[in-house]
Design a protein around this ligand. Structure first.
Ligand code: AKG
Ligand code: FE2
Length: 357
């Protein structure tokens, strides 16, 4: 694989998206490179994405001001107050495979109205509803919604390039993300190891959707596990996003596309790490299709390995709801007891269930 000017030696490749819109030759080279990356890792740095650096700077600085608010102001919008899994979580509240993640975060999603839930309503409709915003920082809402719109555009652009790399028409995935893809935006703060009770910023996991668009501030911590089981560091590279594919693409391509496992180690004592993660998925009412790949790619399909601890459904809304119920047992108990089995209720009450995302 040819890797473009890559300052991260032996690390993840850096890809310039403007080449997708360049000359025919540039586009073909870009698409071939992307295809190899999708198959090897599903992880890369993206430049040439067109997001205004000023917007990025404002999002990061305002996110830092949010986390610097007094705890009681952040708790005014604690996630447990939202049946739709929106809002703030203190560090230690989220779990990945039963182990505590050590990060605080604010979760935003598509801004919308709650749906009245009756016995016939599909359970995933509980995910729809308004976000919670801090009164103390009114500028956060317009900023994060503007940013969410921008990273949605980037995610969809990348998805079009992915479709082409897989030998499909650019709009191959449009029928499962139009008119409203699922959006989940998290601003995240990882406290240093002097404060964190474990080294686990977030435990090893795969993301769930189409693609994740990750903005890292300046402190490293993200690591990616290759197919051979080697962990590679993915430190921040200024001006880039880290893009990674999610399980949806693994499923849709019968494992041709890889969604590498990754984690975040807590920053050193005295440091704190900030990131902004955006997860783009298909419509909640979509079913993940299996894409017929060209013969040469088909031969390289790996198949899908099923994780018994975290089964994945082709019904997207059901899948999202499952992840959210597992990651946030307090919300599950407060608002969705009726969806839990007695075992899940007991595990949630003991704070045992959970996974990232
Ligand atoms: O904070 C990061 O850099 C990555 C977070 C992540 O992998 C996730 O939230 O799924
Ligand atoms: Fe992740």
């Amino acid at each position: 694989m040819t890797v473009h000017a890559n300052p991260v030696q032996a690390g993840l490749p850096i890809v310039d998206f403007s080449r997708f819109h360049g000359s025919d030759g540039e586009r073909a080279a870009f698409v071939a490179e992307l295809r190899a990356i999708l198959h090897d890792h599903g992880f890369f740095y993206l430049t040439g994405h067109g997001v205004d650096p000023k917007l990025i700077q404002d999002v990061v600085s305002t996110a830092k001001r949010f986390f610097a608010l007094p705890l009681e102001q952040k708790l005014e919008i604690e996630m447990v107050k939202s049946p739709h899994f929106r809002g703030y979580n203190r560090a230690g509240r989220e779990r990945t495979r039963g182990e505590q993640d050590w990060r605080e975060q604010l979760d935003i999603n598509t801004e919308g109205e709650a749906v009245e839930i009756g016995p016939e309503t599909q359970p995933w409709k509980r995910l729809l509803g308004p976000n919670q915003w801090p009164d103390a920082l009114p500028e956060l809402k317009p900023l994060l919604l503007a940013y969410q719109a921008e990273v949605t555009r980037v995610g969809i652009d990348v998805l079009k390039a992915i479709a082409v790399a897989l030998g499909q028409p650019e709009n191959a995935f449009a029928e499962i993300y139009e008119p409203q893809p699922s959006q989940l935006l998290k601003i995240i703060r990882y406290p240093g190891r002097d404060v964190a009770e474990t080294d686990q910023g977030v435990g090893a996991h795969k993301d769930g959707g189409f693609v994740t668009v990750l903005l890292q501030d300046v402190i490293p911590g993200l690591r990616v596990r290759t197919e051979e089981g080697v962990w590679i560091d993915a430190p921040p590279v200024p001006g880039t996003f880290v893009i990674n594919t999610g399980e949806l693409l693994e499923l849709a391509t019968n494992g041709y596309v890889r969604a590498d496992v990754h984690d975040v180690v807590a920053p050193p004592a005295g440091a704190e790490r900030f990131s902004v993660a955006f997860f783009l998925g298909s419509r909640y009412d979509a079913t993940i299709p299996v894409i017929e790949l060209p013969e040469d790619l088909k031969r390289a399909e790996r198949g899908i390995s099923v994780d018994p601890l975290n089964p994945i459904f082709r019904e997207v809304g059901q899948n999202h709801l499952k992840s959210r119920l597992r990651s946030h047992p307090d919300v599950a108990l407060a608002h969705h007891r009726d969806l839990l089995t007695p075992e899940q209720r007991a595990a949630a009450a003991a704070g045992e269930a959970g996974s990232a995302y």
